[in-house]
Design a protein around this ligand. Structure first.
Ligand code: PEP
Ligand code: MN
Length: 340
């Protein structure tokens, strides 16, 4: 929609109309109003963007009406909600709830196998654990790398839990792709478009975490990068955003959950751990996420969070996980979902 200024002349309106009509596949509609004239350009938003209409005399503003994300949109021609099956676990069906749990980072074989057993026996759907970690400081522990992937494979063999692990860098695509059942794209890489394309090509489901300062529309455009590779298995994750509030590590944007459920066909999960930064907040935020209609949670658990090398304060202790999982299951049941 092109909105002309109140002072725009008829000739200026005609010039805009003519420029729009120079583009095939564009239907142009002039709508004179009491104060201003609006010109509707229907059919080709990218085409309109290329015409440089904003700079033309008499133009006040160009207002996009169609949504900037395409493949992730629930408006995509007759698209049913995307339901994924990951090694027998169903994500996004509307009556299943996916509980992904595990350590922030794979620190040792003992630590990861211990957590894997705890979360598996409490009914978790998948095991999370970082092998390559994005750290704010380059001097912090950045993960064990390839040996961590070996440990995750062993944990999967012992528990049957599918593995969710982060792809940090295109250089690791092959080795991470060989181990992961779900490729995680971290919040800091949500707008790393080359990485999203590579992740989309690995033939595995991709879990995209919302960037710390990204809008939900930008999250859906990040999903488009994976979807356009022909990979329809994408899970979105709200993990807290930067706001003026700093009592919590990030602000969990719970409104993103119902908004995303309205505007995309993709499954939506919530990470209460990184949002809160404090394990005491993880259970209430998890209950709220389930009540808001999330398709699942991804939560950090450590055998001994006090000694964890990364994110200790927010990780649930292994011994509290069974009660936590039962609480989550009860709240998921309120929205008709059972642990998948
Ligand atoms: C993680 O889940 O391991 C992680 C680093 O989270 P985020 O990318 O959301 O900060
Ligand atoms: Mn972490």
């Amino acid at each position: 929609m092109i909105v002309m200024t109140p002072a725009a002349t008829e000739a200026e309106v005609e010039a805009v109309k003519a420029r729009l009509e120079s583009r095939r596949n564009l239907h142009v509609l002039v709508m004179p109003g009491e104060l201003t004239t609006a010109i509707g350009a229907i059919g080709d938003p990218e085409g309109v963007a290329e015409l440089g209409i904003e700079g033309m005399p008499g133009v006040d503003r160009v207002v996009p009406i169609s949504r900037p994300y395409k493949l992730a949109s629930s408006e995509l021609a007759h698209h049913e909600p995307t339901v994924l099956e990951i090694a027998g676990r169903i994500v996004g069906s509307g009556n299943t709830f996916c509980l992904i749990a595990g350590p922030c980072t794979v620190e040792s074989r003992e630590q990861t196998l211990a957590v894997a057993r705890v979360v598996a026996s409490a009914g978790a759907s998948m095991l999370r654990g970082g092998a390559f970690k994005p750290r704010t400081s380059p001097f912090a522990f950045k993960g064990l790398g390839p040996p961590a992937l070996e440990i995750l494979r062993e944990a999967r063999a012992q528990t049957g839990l599918p593995i969710v692990t982060e792809l940090l860098d295109t250089h690791h695509a092959e080795i991470v792709g060989e181990t992961a059942d779900v490729i995680q794209i971290g919040a800091r890489n949500m707008q790393n478009y080359a990485l999203l394309e590579v992740a989309g090509q690995l033939g595995k489901p991709v879990l995209i975490k919302r960037g710390l300062s990204s809008t939900v529309e930008e999250l859906l455009m990040a999903a488009d990068y994976v979807l356009k590779e022909g990979n329809e298995a994408v899970i979105l994750c709200e993990r807290g955003i930067r706001t003026f509030e700093n009592a919590t590590r990030f602000t969990l944007d719970l409104s993103a959950v119902p908004w995303l459920k309205l505007h995309t066909h993709l499954p939506v999960i919530v990470d209460p751990s990184h949002a809160a930064g404090d394990r005491r907040l993880v259970a209430p935020l998890s209950r709220a996420a389930a009540a808001a209609g999330a398709d699942g949670l991804i939560v950090e658990v450590a055998p001994d969070p006090e000694t964890a090398l990364c994110d200790g304060p927010q990780q649930l202790a292994g011994e509290e996980f069974a009660a936590y999982a039962a609480d989550v299951a009860a709240h998921a049941a309120l929205t008709g979902k059972r642990l998948a």
